[in-house]
Write a protein that binds this ligand. Structure first.
Ligand SMILES: [Zn+2]
Ligand SMILES: [Zn+2]
Length: 348
């Protein structure tokens, strides 16, 4: 029986190493998962660059929080799944007891343990997780599709926090994997027209394929003007997924009176923007954040199991563990779309 596993360990800023470690033992209430696919997230890049992801990461750490795989072993007292089950795991292990957990605000748990951020995650052949965080996937769903459940769950939280209603017009800044999930969710919520602002041509093409009413290249054109050229005068909701100062500020300008701006991107911890407070006052704007998602994982799994959302168009490549760092350090590579790591070789 295999005793050791290959993994990639974060040792500090811009220092990821391929290593071999003992396969971890599932503790009471935990399962051991053979990781078949694990997505690379923007927050993994923040950690790699020495900043912070969704939480502070302390090296040495195996990152990776967007993973799908096969239950390989059960810890004591696990009854919710069996060896061989195909699953995804919610990386947010909240305490269920603190003030916020009691209030149903699990994202804000005072004792949050985040798999792949504060405890070892899925950039490894095996990973242990509490069994209560497991969701089952259908045989018709590939592991690479299933690995999109976590980012989709986060987007569901953002969509929940938006006020999109039937017939609304929506603008999304960013045509990356997250922006393209938001595009589809906005349409499902009943948005009439969704415009996607994105400088990369291939990503604009993906947005068009996934139902964008129009796309805007902000390097070439003024966003407001293109919207008006397309007959869009009242943008009810703006979702900002780039985390850039200019786009964060422009979102406030282009949103309609009484509209909502969702700041979805993980920015640098000390990132700031200039906020025209008069505009917030006069337009009666709602400005909201959206932070991870223990509330969306069940629904995300349902949507992927039912093949109700396209989670493959935005995937640009699947790579072995050895190539993880080459993606983390190369923004040009990441600009082409989502990368998924296959720790155990070809997954499906
Ligand atoms: Zn993520
Ligand atoms: Zn808690």
């Amino acid at each position: 029986m295999q005793k050791q596993m290959k993994c990639v360990v974060f040792h500090g800023k811009q220092d990821e190493r391929v290593e071999y470690r003992d396969i971890p033992e599932p503790q009471e209430g935990e399962v051991l998962i053979k990781v078949m696919a694990c997505g690379i997230c923007g927050s993994d890049v923040h950690i790699y660059e020495g900043d912070q992801g969704s939480a502070a990461a302390v090296p040495p750490l195996i990152q990776g929080h967007e993973f799908a795989g096969i239950v390989d072993r059960l810890g004591k007292d696990v009854t919710s799944c069996r060896v061989g089950d195909r699953v995804v795991a919610d990386p947010a292990n909240n305490c269920e007891e603190c003030f916020y957990c009691e209030a149903g605000l699990m994202s804000h748990c005072d004792h949050m343990e985040a798999i792949g951020t504060t405890r070892d995650g899925g950039f490894a052949q095996y990973c242990t997780v509490p069994a209560r965080l497991i969701h089952h996937i259908e045989d018709s769903v590939s592991f690479q599709e299933a690995a999109m459940a976590e980012p989709l769950a986060c987007c569901i939280n953002g969509a929940d926090r938006s006020d999109i209603e039937l017939g609304d017009d929506v603008v999304i800044y960013g045509g990356g994997p997250i922006g393209l999930l938001h595009l589809q969710l906005a349409l499902m919520k009943g948005a009439a027209r969704v415009a996607v602002v994105e400088p990369v041509e291939e990503k604009r093409a993906m947005a068009t394929k996934l139902g964008a009413y129009c796309t805007i290249n902000p390097v070439k054109d003024k966003v407001q003007k293109v919207l008006q050229d397309n007959g869009i005068y009242h943008v009810k909701t703006v979702i900002e997924t780039c985390g850039r100062k200019e786009t964060s500020e422009e979102a406030i300008e282009i949103v309609d009176k009484h509209g909502t701006v969702i700041y979805f991107a993980v920015t640098g911890v000390n990132a700031t923007m200039d906020l025209k407070t008069y505009m917030v006052f006069q337009k009666e704007l709602s400005i909201k954040g959206s932070y991870c998602s223990p509330y969306g994982m069940e629904r995300a799994t349902h949507m992927i199991n039912a093949h109700r959302i396209d989670v493959t168009t935005m995937v640009s490549d699947a790579i072995p563990l050895e190539e993880l760092e080459s993606v983390l350090k190369d923004p040009k590579k990441r600009a082409t779309g989502k990368y998924i790591v296959l720790p155990n070789g070809e997954s499906d």
